[in-house]
Design a protein around this ligand. Structure first.
Ligand SMILES: [Fe+2]
Ligand SMILES: [Fe+2]
Length: 177
């Protein structure tokens, strides 16, 4: 069986209990980075972390890795508009943990994945290899989401400048110029 296929099958079975609970659905209404919703972001992070764990020569508790990754940004608000006492980047791991505790029975590894995923912005390092891997996968996915959005913006700008060029050419060709 090909590794990617094996990873997809495993991901579906590990993620199903959380995804099918419907408790992550509110995350679809919030944007994380660019045009990527929080829901799609945590899905991407969980898949990436699982794929990485299957390539690394260490043992990972893959069920907890996937569950923790799916819940790592369970803060449930629009961070672009909400006013918090602290900046969102510092505050949201604890808010996500509080929300996740209300809805799910979490293991110490899952709790640590959620509350330490913003390391090194939040200075306490992850305690488990699963938390470290999710923290890394999170940064990798956030960068990808950011650069995809940047690409779209630049492409739009190119489109605008192409229209502007065509328009100025048309003006130049008109008989009164
Ligand atoms: Fe986060
Ligand atoms: Fe994240």
């Amino acid at each position: 069986m090909k590794r990617q296929y094996k990873c997809d099958i495993l991901f579906d079975s590990l993620a199903a209990p959380i995804l099918e609970s419907g408790k992550l659905e509110p995350m679809r209404q919030y944007i994380q980075h660019g045009t990527c919703t929080c829901y799609d972001h945590v899905l991407a992070v969980a898949k990436t972390a699982l794929a990485m764990s299957m390539r690394l020569p260490f043992k990972f508790k893959k069920d907890q890795l996937v569950r923790g990754a799916l819940l790592h940004d369970y803060f449930l608000y629009d961070w672009h508009t909400v006013k918090l006492d602290k900046l969102h980047g510092f505050a949201h791991p604890k808010i996500a943990l509080e929300n996740a505790r209300k809805e799910f029975d979490l293991t110490p590894i899952e709790e640590n994945i959620i509350v330490r995923h913003m390391f090194p912005l939040t200075p306490v390092p992850p305690k488990y290899r699963e938390s470290l891997l999710v923290s890394f996968a999170d940064k990798h996915c956030a960068n990808k989401e950011f650069f995809v959005e940047l690409g779209h913006k630049l492409a739009k700008k190119r489109a605008i400048s192409a229209v502007a060029h065509a328009f100025s050419l048309l003006i130049a060709l008109l008989p009164w110029t």
